[in-house]
Design a binder for this molecule. Structure first.
Ligand SMILES: [Fe+2]
Length: 187
């Protein structure tokens, strides 16, 4: 089985008609935040308020990031924040991965913070595709209505915080555009 070894935040910016090679590749967190901020996408790198033990439960994880979690909640007016964990080695993740691999949008913002693990967001904005590979410590907020897709990789592993008002807003509204299949997957 292929193991996802990418452990570094990377932003690749493509022309949406040229998936073969990115126009730019950025690894500096502040620069990634500037590039994404310029198209209305929030990106931040966080450090925990306190150390997180490896066996931390959801309450301990939320407590470790409390100040940042509350700031995002207030800024976005989100009612709820929860913790989603997909453990390494979880069987039959193929269908879960495929669920978000096609271009779609949501009626709610898709706000994620990676407590651990990683995943790749692809945002289609202004004629470009922004591939944001997010790792531990990264927050990204995909605004409602933004065309995007998400690849958790072939051997997914992540713990993510999610802010939301109504979970029905997460139902993907697929655009039917096959663009995602032309771009490199997160392997
Ligand atoms: Fe989505």
């Amino acid at each position: 089985m292929t193991v996802t070894t990418q452990l570094r935040t990377v932003l690749r910016i493509f022309d949406e008609n040229a998936p073969e090679s990115p126009l730019r590749e950025v690894t500096d967190g502040a620069e990634i935040a500037r590039e994404l901020g310029a198209v209305g996408v929030r990106f931040e790198r966080w450090t925990a308020d306190r150390p997180i033990p490896p066996d931390a439960d959801h309450a301990a994880i939320l407590a470790a990031y409390r100040s940042s979690v509350e700031r995002v909640q207030q800024d976005g007016g989100y009612a709820t924040v929860d913790v989603l964990r997909l453990a390494k080695g979880t069987p039959d993740t193929g269908p879960i991965r495929r669920k978000f691999l096609d271009e779609h949008a949501h009626t709610e913002d898709e706000v994620r913070f990676f407590v651990e693990g990683s995943g790749a967001f692809y945002l289609r904005l202004n004629g470009h595709v922004f591939q944001a590979i997010c790792v531990r410590g990264d927050l990204i907020s995909v605004p409602a209505g933004t065309r995007h897709w998400f690849d958790m990789g072939p051997d997914p592993e992540f713990t993510a915080l999610r802010w939301f008002n109504n979970q029905t807003g997460w139902v993907p509204q697929f655009t039917g555009d096959p663009i995602a299949a032309r771009f490199p997957r997160y392997e």
